[in-house]
Design a protein around this ligand. Sequence first.
Ligand SMILES: Nc1ncnc2c1ncn2[C@@H]1O[C@H](COP(=O)(O)OP(=O)(O)OP(=O)(O)O)[C@@H](O)[C@H]1O
Length: 747
Amino acid sequence: MPQPGGGAPPGSSPGIALSTCIRVCVRVRPKQTDDLEGPPASAPPPPAPPSSGPLHVDCWTIRKNQIAPNPNFSSAYYDMSSAKNKRVAYQFDHLYPPLSTTLAIYDETIRPIVSAAMNGYHSSCFAYGQTATGKTYTMQGTVAEPGVLPLAVHSCFDIAQRSSSREFLLRMSYMEIYNEQIVDLLSPGGGAVRVYEHKGRGVVVKGMKEEVVISPDQVFALIAGGEAHRHVGSTDMNQHSSRSHTIFRLVVESKLRSTDQDDYDSSPVRSSTLSLVDLAGSESVKQSLLTLGHVIWKLSETSRKNPTGGGALKSLTPMDLAHIPYRDSKLTRLLQPSLGGNAQISIICTVSPLAAHVEETHNTLKFASRAKRIKQDATRDERQDDATLLRQYRAEIEGLKEQLQAMREAAPPPALFSPGGGTKAPTEEQEQQEEEDEEETQAIVSAIHNLERLILKNAEMDKVRRSASKAQKRPSRGGGSFFDPAPTSPPPGSHQHQSNGQKMFFKRNSGLSMGSFGGSRKSSVDSDVREEEGEEEKKGGTTAEEDAPPVLAAADERSVRSATPESVASSHVESASLVNELQRVQGLLGAVLDKRSKKSGGTPGGPGFSPVKIGPFTGLQSYQAPQVGSPPAGSPRVSPSKSKAKGKASPAGAGEIEALKAEVDQLKLENKVHKADAHFLEQQLNDKDNMLREVANVLDAVERHQEDLERENGELAEALTRCQRILDSREKELLEFKGVTQEQEMF
Ligand SMILES: Nc1ncnc2c1ncn2[C@@H]1O[C@H](COP(=O)(O)OP(=O)(O)OP(=O)(O)O)[C@@H](O)[C@H]1O
């Protein structure tokens, strides 16, 4: 059996298109004690299937990967003489009888698409089936048997941490569609979520929150929080779950690692999404699931009629795909990028074995049969520009490291000796300055450390990389251990197997997911916990954040886009979490610059010390994120008034001049920073303009192509009409000729 996180190692097949049919499997739910026709409560479970030969589960017979109505079954609900039951047998890639495990399904049907997602290909998994057939059981699982979602999340982190060639940045969103409304489960009060078609970027989802995640436990905690946000009483829960679609989406960015900085800078970032979708009961939500069925049918027909492209949807023109009714429901609209050809897809269809549900089971099996005909042709989305979050974080870290290096070089040597021998005691002012220097250094080191923690990587490879880059750099005063990344995630698996029973994996009160909040591992991602902590902070209390992973919460305007390159890029650009982080670091550096400027009374930080060019400088006001690398509360700061107070110690007049000089320097510095900001903004605008221009060019090309096709169509229609006329006149002539011949024969 493959190990967790198995499959092709990321980075192994650059540029290769994955061309496969949709993987479809069917899982038959076991009979339960409360089923209408179920066995009595004390009945043993159905026998394990014999290794060969048919297995009869109520009105169905399973033989290897084939399922057909059981000819020997009789029930009031089941008419074997009906044409449908007599004739049909369905065949799938995999067919799972009642005693199969979710792990087997995961290994055979889902693991390949999870590996593909980590390898840069957009991937999706859907659970489709009638209410109460086990969709949620399969996707979420229970404490005793974790579902596809937790297994996939573990695989993703495992792949990220085992990969010696790539580093990863993961972020997630969690949403549901209920009554044709999209609800952001990570931020339910966060305003409306909108899906619309952007002319250049394709399908765009606006207003969805994303969280950068660094461990499976953090993901599970976020999902548990999201589950709590559904605002559904336990009695309404089944009703609600059978009528809503739940979508978990992980955005995966990865980049080749290299000890050579130039190689590293020039390597592209791969960006992909992994969507895991627990659909509503197939009989419950008519509009969206009918539309999904319709879309699948149209796609399978289009795929079948396209032999030139090997049946692959990607080779079809926009005209060919224009008639696919994606926009008829929110679900298909949202999933359009995952269904349109450029994605790896697995579908798990769940069915009931009961005769009472035979009609709906036929419907599900027909849906599954149609889906497996669709051919996908996924290609990687690789980006060279700065639009990915991973590249922006890396640039940020490099900037901070340069600042730190410059600070260290500008600092005076630590030991002071008097000319006549012996140690000269440092003055009180020198001591205070050293203390402040140390605090500032620690603040930057902490910021670097926390940004590094968000990027997932193999620890061994990291050691090699660090020692190589250390060898390239001049030795620094601090001894060089500042950049060591902390372990990126707690040991996986600790949340599993904690109790038995049928508690769902992510339900809020399950000991499993909430267990990971305990003690110092308390995560800041659970909404309630976060709110409480916010309250405590306001009251001046402390939070248990030291060991908790930092979480960058995105603002409401944040977009989760469809899986097109343009939309992913745009999503990254609009990343409010990045903006938060950048503003925080700006504030941090603002504070450092401010202090150094006041201390030296000259160019801040000495030679090579320049502000990081990453967005609007917000100064000390934005220096407000104590959990991610700020100095301890109450640490000394050099304020303008303090600087003036220092000046008063000098002879009268000279003090004032000193203060004025300091102010002039400060103004110069601010001016420099504003210029840097303006330059950066200008660059950003230019980049956006360029992108828009590119998009407009592509659109023009598509429009031209469309016009050409329309013209060709018109010409063909004209030619057809001409041919038809000629044919008609020939027929007429032939008839006339025949008439003449007959007349001649008669005479
Ligand atoms: N393979 C299985 N093994 C054991 N129990 C199962 C299995 N599949 C489903 N069940 C049980 O059947 C019941 C219904 O399952 P579940 O809630 O997952 O159905 P569903 O298809 O998600 O329903 P809905 O569409 O209403 O959300 C649950 O009690 C679940 O624990």
